[in-house]
Design a protein around this ligand. Structure first.
Ligand code: PLP
Length: 436
């Protein structure tokens, strides 16, 4: 055994700088979280060495007795975390990420060139839900399937369920996908089920963003109405980077769904599972099954609502005026500054956020909004009072962006960028020195 610092000091130094960035900054990216040391230990384990194509008990390689034990444990915990009856639901824990989980789910549910409907990307949907532009079919979900996006209502910014039902009567989709990457409100799965049933369509929920809150039963339950539920494991669920696919085992019209999903993951779209990641998922799911998880999820939502209320109190506009979940969608257009500018300023002062399109935006490159999320700060045990302080920092960042915007190209702007950048470089050097 030789430590990384000896074998590869270059990589070790980069990791150390990232440790410093994560420890000293405020992480407000809605799709991120800070996974536990235990999960990282499992994720960084010797399980990475093993090939295990297939499923527990039916592998294409020898030596999988412990990998089988691990994957079975992970599957059991996944069902337990989401309060599912194993007679009705099964789960595949092998997807490498949320995107591959979604593509495998589509492969299992529908045929090439079948029609699907997902929330449009500019309205908060995800790329993998059939996104394309007038110029190009951007994602595999639009290349291999026909896709028609549904939308949010132009004034309330809530999902336009009536509009979706109307479009579906013309389009007759084989699959409706719900779930989003930038939608601060809960979903009406019952209403979506009605629309899906009108056309004999499958209903799939991608709860990548909210799965930790769904597991805590703090949001509506998609499992009550959907046929398939996919999720990433690294957002509110606070695990390593990966995906899960839950499928109904008792559907009259799709009795073979279990086989279809499992085969769609391997061999249709993936090779050998990443067993180290499955170990990390299992550990994260143990935490999500623990009695303290509900308190965490509740706090994530309370913190997001506190952040939202503080921003509104400072005169800002939020899409849907607030939030039901971990996410706040901040419309900066009335403040007179773009999301990209505020993202840049925040980066320089160690607040990590991302620019995001808000309803009516015409540019994805320079959008008018910011997406904020509270999962990571809540994992650092930050509460309401802390989020009020964070809202104050964000307010100051916007004010600074407005001043610097006026001074574009000036010495003031250059000095600010130089001082902030030097601060970061010095900080990173400090951590490396400390380690030595
Ligand atoms: N689905 C949704 C709703 C997401 O927000 C994301 C990522 O942000 C994904 C899927 C894709 O996950 P991954 O980046 O793990 O492929």
């Amino acid at each position: 055994y030789k430590p990384l610092s000896e074998v590869d000091p270059e990589v070790k130094n980069i990791i150390d700088k990232e440790v410093w960035r994560q420890y000293t900054g405020l992480e407000l990216i809605a799709s991120e979280n800070l996974t536990s040391q235990a999960t990282m230990e499992a994720n960084g384990s010797i399980m990475t060495n093993k090939y295990s194509e297939g499923l527990p008990g039916a592998r294409y390689y020898g030596g999988n007795e412990y990998v089988d034990e691990l994957e079975n444990l992970c599957r059991k915990r996944a069902l337990e975390a989401f309060h599912l009856d194993s007679a009705k639901w099964g789960v595949n824990v092998q997807p490498y990420s949320g995107s591959t989980a979604n593509f495998a789910a589509l492969t299992a549910l529908i045929q090439p060139q079948d029609r699907l409907m997902g929330l449009g990307l500019p309205d908060g949907g995800h790329l993998t839900h059939g996104y394309y532009t007038a110029k190009k079919k951007i994602t595999a979900s639009a290349i291999y399937f026909q896709s028609l996006p549904y939308a949010i209502d132009a004034s309330s910014h809530l999902i336009d369920y009536a509009g979706l039902a109307k479009q579906a009567r013309i389009y007759k989709p084989r699959l409706i996908i719900c779930g989003a990457s930038a939608y601060p409100r809960d979903w009406d799965y019952k209403e979506l089920r009605k629309t899906a049933d009108e056309h004999g369509a499958f209903l799939m929920a991608d709860i990548a963003h909210t799965s930790g809150l769904v597991a805590a039963q703090e949001l509506n339950d998609p499992f009550e109405y959907c046929d398939v539920v996919t999720t990433t494991t690294h957002k509110t669920l606070r695990g390593p980077r990966a995906g899960l696919i839950f499928f109904r085992k008792d559907l009259e019209h799709a009795k073979d769904l279990e086989k279809r999903v499992n085969e769609a993951v391997f061999p249709s779209t993936q090779g050998g599972p990443h067993n180290n990641t499955i170990a990390g998922i299992a550990t994260a799911l143990k935490q999500a099954c623990s009695p303290t998880w509900k308190a965490y999820a509740k706090q994530v939502i309370t913190n997001a609502q506190t952040l939202a209320a503080e921003l509104v109190a400072n005169g800002y506009k939020l899409q849907t005026n607030g939030t039901d979940n971990h996410l706040v969608l901040w419309d900066l257009r009335p403040a007179g500054v773009t999301g990209s500018k505020v993202e840049k300023i925040c980066d320089l002062v160690h607040i990590t956020i991302n620019k995001n399109a808000v309803s009516g935006d015409t540019s994805a490159q320079v959008p008018g909004g910011i997406r904020l999320g509270t999962s990571a700060l809540t994992s650092r045990n930050m509460k309401e009072e802390d989020h009020k302080v964070v809202a104050g920092f964000l307010h100051r960042a916007v004010q600074l962006a407005l001043v610097l915007q006026k001074e574009a190209g000036s010495k003031l702007l250059k000095d600010f960028v130089r001082v902030a950048t030097e601060g970061q470089t010095e900080g990173a050097k400090g951590v490396i020195a400390l380690r030595k």
